[in-house]
Write a protein that binds this ligand. Sequence first.
Ligand code: 5GP
Ligand code: MN
Length: 330
Amino acid sequence: MKQMDQIITQLTASDHVLFASHTDPDGDAIGSLLAAGLSMKAMKKRTTLYNESAIPAVYRFLPEVEAIVSHLDGAAPFDTAVVLDCSDLERVGAGALPFIRETPVIINIDHHPTNTGFGDFQLIDSDACATAEIIYRLISRMEIVIDADIATAIYTGIFTDTGSFRFANTNQAAFSICNGMVACGADPYNVAKHVYGTYSLGRIKLLNRALDSIEISDNGRLSLMTLTREMFDATGTHPEDVDGLINYARRIRDIKVAVLIHEYPNGSGDEKRKNGQRRFHVSLRSDGAVDVSRIAALFGGGGHRNAAGFTVHTDITDIKNGMMELANGL
Ligand code: 5GP
Ligand code: MN
């Protein structure tokens, strides 16, 4: 509670607050960002909401989502930077780092057990089902009135990070907070309709390629999906369309660890090829027996026991072989 009260004092004393969440955002990264930002706006504070990546189409229905910016030039200076759902500061992406490092006070709010504890104040709870759960606790203590927009953002963060109340992080708070959010105006049908209801034709075609790419280790315990840049190009999709596809690889009988390797576009800045090598994101999912956050940490990434990830510059054969070798230890 001491940290929370110090954070509240700091936010109350700030005039301009930057909120930022991790690249390749999921529903929790976006829901936490919007819920925190809208709450500060309700306190009549100047806020800047930042995410480096494109917002996946399924989350673009969220209230005020268009307020999220992907560049900070001209927005600084900030009195306080609040970093959400990031286990290390670098997760916000290279574009925001210099601005955040220049900000006098950094607040770290997260639920990853691999959190490095960066920043001046921390609210880290790996028992929280989502960062949105911690944001809910914070804004409740600040006695901010939760309107339908804030409620929808928190509900979406918890609903998606618990895999619709199916994953191991589903706790009592997930239900009690979501129940409260519905009372405040969140519409479960509307959220579910957007998050799971409709996909572009390209994303369905990408799913087809993802399913087709599945390889299983000799011992039958590891499944591997691969999505290359060529597959994104052929289907008119982008890396943000990958969200959720790994669950198909995880659901195969006897699988202990599922891996999804996807390639980043050969774009600008950080995404340029390094020494002719391509840049890949690797997502890992476990059935609970193996702690995949430890595997991700070996490659400079992190996450949760059952869901983790990392990014590498390599070539596709090397990373596929490396991941397949993990099966020997399963
Ligand atoms: P995914 O890889 O499926 O996007 O994410 C799974 C989980 O691992 C999420 O909780 C996410 O925040 C975390 N994660 C994914 N990539 C990285 C990474 O490069 N570094 C760290 N620290 N965590 C990651
Ligand atoms: Mn996240």
